[in-house]
Design a protein around this ligand. Structure first.
Ligand code: FAD
Length: 316
């Protein structure tokens, strides 16, 4: 079933979460161990992230360096199919522009359709670690809106090479939104106009980047509505867990902590203290969002469901 249909049918705020494929060579059991403790909160869909290749350099015997492409977390599509099979819960594979030609994307979408997966979250992807800016595949897409357009075209029966009698697909399309602006955008206004373009091209709903200040989300929703974005906007929350998060999350995800939270974080001396604060803050944020009637709250578990479970127990 499509995410948008789950949202339209829901009488109350839905619970959903995102998992990462395990590191290459690890068993799928670790995925199930992350999902099992969250089943009692009745997730209607589970997102599975996509991780593109990274480059490493290995020294050869002659002293020269060999550049090797590796994918540390493959398996997004297989994991989605395995989850549907084991739990009968809908899945949302993330599909990115980076590293894919249009034809590879088309073939991946055909696989997803054969597997009965109705949803995709469409993203551009970040630059790979060794590059400072995003470089698209030679035969791929530069921006997420182009990938949205490709999926929307397939939903209309329009494939890359047009032929007679092509079966239309029927994917529900989600896209990313940034309450605190995407880090490359010139300003919030242009970022919002680019977001609107993704909706105009055929996206059905938005999931936000993590934020720790609900007011930023409320302002973002208002700004979206003002420019005519009328699709559901699902807030994304991440529980803080380690001392390292204090500087890593603002640096990597380009988000700010509200003052009140930053004062509390400054008092933390151990990972355990940060984790407890992360749970308390997550409960506070979630309760307010639920009271305001958001369609769904989406949790970034980063494959560790303990904190999300502690939050969900108080909220759902
Ligand atoms: P876009 O919508 O293409 O936007 C990228 C930048 O280009 C923005 O600054 C935008 O303002 C600008 N822009 C858009 N259109 C134009 C235009 N026509 N002209 C000029 N500028 C333009 N990454 C992964 O690799 N795998 C994942 O699984 C993954 N999951 C994510 C899930 C969520 C909910 C979120 C919020 C992010 C996720 N990401 C993931 C990260 C995401 O790929 C990065 O944030 C990426 O840098 C931007 O992706 P996007 O789809 O928002 O890009």
């Amino acid at each position: 079933m499509k995410v948008i249909d789950h949202i339209n049918e829901a009488k109350d705020t839905l619970f959903s979460f995102e998992i990462l494929p395990p590191v290459k060579g690890k068993s799928i059991e670790s995925i199930y161990q992350g999902i099992d403790p969250l089943l009692e909160f009745n997730p209607k869909f589970i997102n599975v992230t996509y991780h593109r290749e990274e480059y490493i350099y290995k020294e050869r015997e002659n002293g020269l360096l060999e550049k090797i492409a590796i994918r540390k977390r493959p398996g997004t599509v297989g994991i989605c199919a395995a989850i549907v099979n084991k739990y009968n819960i809908d899945t949302v594979p993330h599909l990115i522009c980076g590293g894919f030609s249009k034809e590879e994307t088309e073939n991946a979408l055909i696989d997803l359709q054969f597997l009965g997966i109705d949803n995709v979250l469409i993203l551009r992807g970040d630059p790979i670690k060794t590059e400072s800016t995003f470089r698209p595949h030679r035969k791929g897409h530069t921006y997420a809106y182009q990938l949205v357009e490709q999926v929307a075209n397939m939903n209309r029966g329009k494939y890359l090479v047009e032929d007679v009698d092509l079966e239309p697909t029927d994917f529900c399309i989600g896209v990313a939104g940034y309450p605190e602006k995407h880090f490359e955008a010139m300003n919030l206004k242009t970022d919002l106009l680019h977001l609107k373009n993704k909706i105009d091209k055929g996206a059905d709903y938005i999931v936000t980047q993590m934020f720790f200040d609900n007011q930023k989300y409320f302002d973002f929703v208002d700004a979206c509505r003002e420019i005519g974005i009328d699709v559901p906007i699902i807030p994304g929350l991440k529980p803080l867990k380690t001392l390292n998060h204090i500087s890593f999350l603002p640096k990597f995800f380009h988000i700010d902590y509200p003052e009140e939270l930053s004062y509390e974080l400054l008092k933390c001396k151990t990972n355990e203290e940060v984790k407890q604060l992360g749970i308390e803050w997550g409960i506070k944020q979630s309760k307010e969002l639920k009271e305001k009637g958001v369609p769904c709250i989406h949790y970034y578990t980063m494959s560790d469901s303990k904190s999300v479970r502690a939050i969900a127990k108080e909220v759902f």
